[in-house]
Design a protein. Structure first.
Lengths: 324, 296
């Protein structure tokens, strides 16, 4: 594949030589193509590149009148404030620990469900299970928050009114007790992402040649042995790849999951505040743009390094799956 | 013996998948039942799958407040349709030239796109750029443009599709026949790419329909709220429905407004379009996710 493209490139270059002698690049000929690209390129400049330059705001005292580039420099002031509080530690800890939990639980549950789905040979049931499991992935976090609220609401929730009394337990004020949320958040996350997540594993399993399983059956291998010695080894590269890519994003969190689902309850911040919710609250609610931009800068930089490292590792394992 | 074991595993698969499928559906069932429950019953017994008394009050209330809900619905549909179509157009227009091996500066341009996936400025600078330099606050553009319109990942997917599925011989012959680049793009490339456009368009439509974040940060004017933003506001400000005066016009006094049930009815109204559309598009969703998951 790689050799082929080298040859093709060489052929194209060889073909272009005579043209190149006349004018270095025939821009006139390619003008229509550049015009097609213009809106997209401009959009990326505004939506992505300007904010990248705008990161300098973390070293400034934000003044709305003077704008991003006109505000006065304050050096590391904002960072000093940020890292002097316990917030910096809490948000980093929460973001990383939740992501680690999501990655580990995600792999186990998604692979398990992909294997189970593959065992279902009845088309009707397979389609039904798949459709139902994907359902939560299609719904916005706002509506997920409503569903969670119907279950956890202190006065009217299903759990406090029906389930806990059935076991003779006292009602719990879920939205003011931080200790439950390290369990609730991963539960919601797994429930919401399982459907999307297991599709890729299922696609890999479906692609395994049935001959392997036939041979194993002839040798008297049990189902469990087949899974261990055929299915899992085939899934291994996919699992490794998705895990490394997920580690590259370990400094980012799903804002909706940590903001909408706990209903922005201040009493829960100890276990629900992540870098993303912290940045949002600093900017929109507290008006503390200095600390917020410092936290954002910290996230962008560490996130960038992690993405580079994880992509480097991916490109070593499997060139095709790397971003660059 | 082995057949018995296989059967055992198959039965176990059905049980586990069945239970989890139910767990995926039950919250939605509870939501819909709650929206039809009598407000007082919810107040005393809480949400339940088997309420003592059903009632249509919540939906009557929504109907009476039709103007606000209707507008939010209209805005959601509008941004979904306009956003998805513009997003598809801009993505395809950028991806096609990038897929051409003869494009000058192709490497740099590709890097320009890929780099947006590796590094980003984050919320604060993005917010300042859009509000201070483009004055997007409280305009409909706020729901259409930031973040959602175009992303590097979609461009890479489309580029790969174009470069593997459109034979360069075909483009050559179009050129020989005298078709210009734009004409080739419109008459040959686009018609040949309908499968990928459908898949990406559906994922994009889902993103626009479900988005509440842009509204949350760029809108303070509630007239521009999409359905998701209205739901979000009600969630944030539980008092809203009790304090608004429009309740009086619908013949309901402010003291016994069906707050809990109305909330659930609104959420039901937000979910129903997806639940209805989903079976028809399931095929494309699954394909799209399988495509996207590798690099997602």
């Amino acid at each position: 594949m790689g050799d082929m493209s080298v040859i093709k490139n060489a052929a194209i270059k060889a073909n272009q030589k005579p043209v190149n002698l006349k004018s270095r690049v025939d821009y006139k000929r390619y003008l229509p193509l550049f015009l097609l690209m213009a809106p997209g390129l401009i959009y990326f400049f505004i939506n992505n590149y300007l904010p990248m330059f705008g990161l300098v705001i973390a070293f400034k005292n934000v003044n709305f009148q003077k704008g991003i580039f006109g505000s006065d420099w304050v050096g590391f002031e904002n960072f000093k404030y940020l890292f002097a509080t316990s917030d910096a530690f809490i948000i980093t800890r929460n973001t990383i620990l939740y992501n680690v939990a999501f990655i580990i639980i995600g792999i186990i549950v998604q692979v398990a469900f992909a294997i189970l789905l593959n065992e279902i040979k009845n088309k009707f049931f397979l389609r039904m299970y798949q459709s139902l499991i994907i359902l939560p992935s299609l719904i916005s976090m706002v509506i997920i928050a409503y569903l969670v609220y119907a279950g956890l609401s202190v006065d009217t929730g299903l759990i406090n009114n029906t389930i806990l009394p059935a076991f003779g337990l006292e009602p719990v004020s879920w939205y003011s007790e931080p200790k439950y949320w390290p369990f609730i958040i991963p539960l919601v996350q797994v429930w919401k992402t399982l459907g999307f997540g297991c599709i890729i594993y299922l696609a890999t399993i479906v692609g395994i040649s049935p001959e392997y399983y036939e041979a194993a059956r002839l040798d008297g291998a049990t189902k469990w042995q087949q899974i261990r010695t055929i299915t899992l080894p085939f899934l291994r590269p996919v699992i490794i790849m998705l895990t490394i890519l997920a580690i590259g994003k370990i400094f980012y969190s799903d804002f909706g999951l940590f903001y909408q689902v706990p209903m922005d309850s201040g009493q829960l911040y100890d276990t629900t505040n992540t870098i993303d919710t912290y940045v949002y609250r600093g900017l929109m609610q507290m008006g503390d743009i200095g600390m917020s931009s410092a936290a954002g800068f910290y996230q962008s930089m560490v996130g960038f390094v992690l993405v580079l490292v994880s992509n480097f590792i991916v490109s070593k394992v499997d060139k095709e799956s790397a971003l660059f | 013996m082995k057949i018995a074991e296989d059967r055992g595993i198959r039965a176990a698969s059905h049980i586990i998948l069945g239970l989890f499928s139910i767990a995926c559906v039950l919250p939605f069932v509870l939501l819909i039942i709650a929206s039809f429950t009598d407000e007082l019953v919810i107040g005393t017994n809480g949400y339940s799958f088997f309420p003592e008394k059903f009632s249509l009050t919540a939906y009557m209330y929504l109907w009476a407040k039709g103007a606000e809900i209707g507008r939010a619905y209209f805005i959601s549909v509008f941004i979904t349709v306009v956003g998805t179509l513009s997003s598809l157009a801009i993505s395809a227009m950028l991806s096609y030239p990038l897929s051409r091996r003869d494009l000058p500066h192709r490497k740099i341009l590709n890097f320009y796109v890929v780099f947006t996936m590796l590094f980003n400025g984050g919320l604060v600078p993005t917010y300042l750029v859009y509000t201070q330099y483009f004055h997007i606050k409280n305009t409909i553009w706020a729901l259409l443009i930031p973040t959602l319109l175009l992303n590097g990942f979609t461009v890479m997917l489309m580029r790969t599709f174009f470069s593997t599925n459109i034979p360069s011989a075909l483009l050559e012959s179009a050129k020989i026949d005298g078709a210009g680049e734009i004409k080739t793009f419109m008459m040959i490339v686009i018609p040949m790419s309908l499968p990928i456009l459908a898949t990406i368009g559906l994922l994009s439509a889902l993103m626009y329909w479900n988005d509440w974040f842009n509204g949350l940060i760029y809108l303070t004017d509630q007239k521009l709220y999409s359905l998701q933003n209205v739901l979000n506001r009600i969630m944030i400000d539980i008092q809203f429905l009790q304090t608004t005066n429009t309740g009086n016009q619908s013949g309901l006094s402010t003291t016994n407004l069906p707050a809990e049930t109305v909330r659930m009815a609104m959420a039901a109204v937000g979910v129903v379009p997806i639940l209805c559309a989903y079976p028809f598009f399931q095929k494309y969703f699954v394909k799209g996710i399988a495509l996207g998951a590798v690099k997602g």
